[in-house]
Ligand binder design. Structure first.
Ligand code: GLU
Length: 477
């Protein structure tokens, strides 16, 4: 059974780079009918916060990344890590090291002076104590170090980057517990906790950002020391801005919560995130279900992906167009409310003009092809709820002696015509032929009168949405 995990540190809001990693881990688990685990890595007490952990849960729920197990919190698992460390100390897989910070610095300086890479020399390994003639200093709390293999290399087939090999001579004996008196185990360190967790949580595939590549050989050695075959590792490339620079605010919103607030659909965000480093043929627009169906690790690109805010918005517009209309209405409703517009039938007349306001379904129908986000759709919908201010000069551009009579005739028809799109469309056509006008000569002045702008949806759709009373009030010549 495939089991993947997302292991964020709760030190801020989820941004596009790390939620994309979560998406890939989730999609992989879902594709294989496996399980997806959430682990909150909250051991950095200064930077971690409950608010951030709650935000992570909220953002994941919004995106639809459902979890099968967790959230597990590392701070609640300290006893378990300490138990494993005590065990490793007892059988020599780990040992106490009493080297002081000053001694370590001296060692580093000496190594650098010789042109060597600074690394701990293993001097407190039990068998070396005699060799170096070391005496356990009084009053010093030792750290615990993992006994890394001396010879050979760590090799793994990274699911994204391909084969990676790191010589053990590059890796020194990692500190796995911070200083504590002998007999107690100090605070376990990050690389160690991750391994214990991935073992206990039976993770089969570790999909994470490529900032962790250099932790992986160390972690693999700890896995092996614990008698467990390491999982598959796949390190996903960084997300950059579209100019190739590190992704920042300059390139557009980076926090997932900002996308929710701006009226992005979670399915569009999933689509956009997936396309940052993953592809399925030439498919640009796909649903979360399709992503799950198609997702594989082989199609992840090892080179950095570039985030393009405009493309995200375009994708969102495409997903808005594809949403079933009642679903669109439901999702648009909060944005209309936020903009201060009454929408439901029960609030009809709440505009103060006595005329019923269009429903969110009608507004969605009218604007779904035109707005890239729900927030922009709600902003665009202003004329559905508030009488537009008409710019006389703009109206004069479109209404003059050639078409005034036609527009007046249209106004007259409104009181009695059957209020259906087909009847309204036929009436507008009739106005054209009757007065011998071209389409824009009829439509443009009506658009300006109905919405205050010449850039507006088709007039039959506008009339239908605004309703008879409002249309009659606005079309006056
Ligand atoms: N907590 C780590 C991070 O947020 C993730 C570690 C991992 O996935 O192994 O970068």
């Amino acid at each position: 059974m495939v089991r993947t995990r997302f292991a964020p540190s709760p030190t801020g809001t989820l941004h596009l780079g790390n939620i994309r990693t979560a998406l890939f881990a989730w999609a992989y688990a879902r594709h294989h009918k496996g399980q997806f685990v959430l682990r909150i890595e909250d051991t950095d007490l200064e930077r971690s916060s409950d608010a951030s952990a709650e935000g992570i849960l909220r953002d994941m729920a919004w995106l639809g990344l459902d979890i099968d197990e967790g959230p597990f919190f590392q701070m609640q698992r300290m006893d378990r890590y300490r138990e494993v460390i005590a065990h490793m100390l007892s059988d020599g897989r780990a040992y106490h090291c009493y080297m002081s910070v000053e001694e370590l610095d001296q060692l580093r300086d000496a190594q650098k002076a010789k042109g060597e890479k600074p690394r701990y020399d293993g001097r407190w390994r039990p068998e070396h104590i005699a060799k170096f003639g070391l005496k356990i200093p009084a009053g010093v709390d030792p750290v615990v170090r993992f006994r890394n293999p001396d010879a050979g290399a760590v090799t793994w087939q990274d699911a994204v980057k391909g084969k990676i090999e790191i010589a053990n001579s590059e890796l020194d004996d990692l500190v796995i517990a911070r200083p504590a008196p002998v007999g107690q185990v100090g605070v376990p360190t990050y690389n160690f906790c991750v391994v214990v967790d991935d073992i206990d949580m039976q993770i089969t595939h570790v999909i994470r950002g490529d900032g962790h590549v250099m932790n992986t050989p160390r972690q693999i050695n700890i896995f092996r020391a614990m008698g467990v075959e390491p999982p598959v590792f796949g390190h996903t490339p960084t997300v950059l801005g579209n100019d190739g620079e590190k992704l920042s605010k300059r390139h557009g919103a980076t926090g997932l919560n900002e996308y929710a607030a701006a009226g992005f659909l979670p399915e569009a965000v999933i689509n956009g995130l997936a396309r940052l480093g993953w592809s399925h043929g030439n498919d640009e627009i796909f649903s979360p279900q399709q992503l799950v169906e198609w997702f594989n690790l082989e199609s992840l690109t090892p080179s950095p992906a570039r985030f393009d805010a405009e493309k995200f918005e375009w994708l969102n517009g495409e997903h808005i167009k594809r949403l079933p209309i009642d679903e669109l209405a439901k999702r648009l409703e909060p944005f209309l409310k936020e903009a201060g517009y009454p929408t439901s039938g029960s609030e009809a007349g709440a505009r103060g003009d006595g005329f019923p306001a269009p429903t969110s379904l009608a507004v969605g129908e009218l604007l779904r092809e035109r707005a890239p986000t729900l927030k922009k759709m709600a902003q665009m919908a202003r004329y559905c709820f508030v009488a537009p201010e008409i710019d006389d000069a703009l109206l004069a551009q479109h209404l003059n002696e050639t078409n005034r009579a036609a527009i007046a005739w249209v106004g007259e028809q409104l009181s009695t015509i059957e209020w259906s799109k087909a009847a309204l469309a036929a009436m507008l056509k009739e106005a054209q032929s009757k007065f011998n006008l071209k389409t824009p000569q009829v439509m443009m002045p009506l658009r300006v009168m109905l919405t205050g702008s010449a850039q507006a949806p088709a007039v039959d759709a506008l009339l239908l949405t605004l309703g008879r009373a409002t249309a009659m009030a606005r079309i006056r010549v």
